[in-house]
Design a protein around this ligand. Sequence first.
Ligand code: 5GP
Length: 210
Amino acid sequence: MNHKGLLIIVSGPSGAGKGTICKELLQRDPSILVSVSATTRQPRNGEQDGISYHFLTRDRFENMIQNNGFLEHACVYNNYYGTPKDFVVEQISSGKNVLLEIDIQGALQVKNKYPEGVFVFILPPSMKTLKTRIEGRGSETPESLKMRLSSAVSEIELIKNYDYFIVNDTVNHATDILQAIITAEKCRVNADIKEIVRRFKEETNVKTID
Ligand code: 5GP
């Protein structure tokens, strides 16, 4: 019997460091699969189609919405972003743990559809650090920087919908905490426990009653 894998949703304000933490996690634990999002935004330097994102035209993205191809999708800073549904459903059903790194609107949609997901909110140590981090990317205009900072303030209130939060002080420390959360979630007593009890009873030849 296949047990469902975990769906781990890492989100938080833009610039909080979700991407860096997720990269470090995947390096430490290659058994975790990452869902590659689709987007209509232009690739940045060094980004590769199919690896960083599936870069789609607006038409193709809207087609996928019509065909119910997304687990969630959102318009973030004037561009569409979405999680292709099939990959996530297939991998989770086959027992793999899947990681989504998505914005907060998207995470709340996933929570409605799949509340058993593990919802993790990444916080920056302070607004000052957040500003420095976004500026450091060098990819924002003064207007888009302002937009990202003011959304961050209202987004932080939505932390109440999450299961866990992590303050991203250093990448190493934040990733240690994320791994600890995943380990704890794997040990959660849930529907799978029946299978575990059955196994132990079988070993001692005790008859099981479902
Ligand atoms: P960026 O343009 O900096 O790569 O991403 C902008 C924001 O979109 C980030 O907060 C990122 O987490 C979010 N994002 C990336 N992929 C997805 C997705 O598939 N769905 C949603 N809802 N947000 C996403």
